[in-house]
Design a protein around this ligand. Sequence first.
Ligand SMILES: [Zn+2]
Length: 99
Amino acid sequence: MNVKEMALGWLANRLPTCKEVTKMASYSMEGKLPLRQRFGFRMHLLICGLCLRYVKQLQLMRDVAQQHTAKLTEDPAAPASTLSQRARERMKQTLHASS
Ligand SMILES: [Zn+2]
C-alpha cells in the first residue's frame, strides 16, 4: 500500500457514507448543512461519481421546479395560452401539409 492509498483509506473512513450523503444533499441545497459536515460531503462527491450524479440531478429537479413556480406566479395564464397557441399553429401546419 502506497502513501496515496493510505491517505485515501484514512479519508474514506472519515467521510460520510453514500446513504448519509444523499440525506445531506437536500440540507446542503437549503444551506443548512453545518460546516463540519459540508467538508465531508464535498470530499465524498470528489471521489464518488454516483453521489455526484445524484446531487446534480437533485439540483436540476430543484431548478426546474423553482422556474416552474416562478412562471406560474408571474402570470398564471401565460404557459397554458402559449402552449395552446403553439399547438394550434402546429395543427394548422399539419392540415395544410396533408391537403
Ligand atoms: Zn457516494
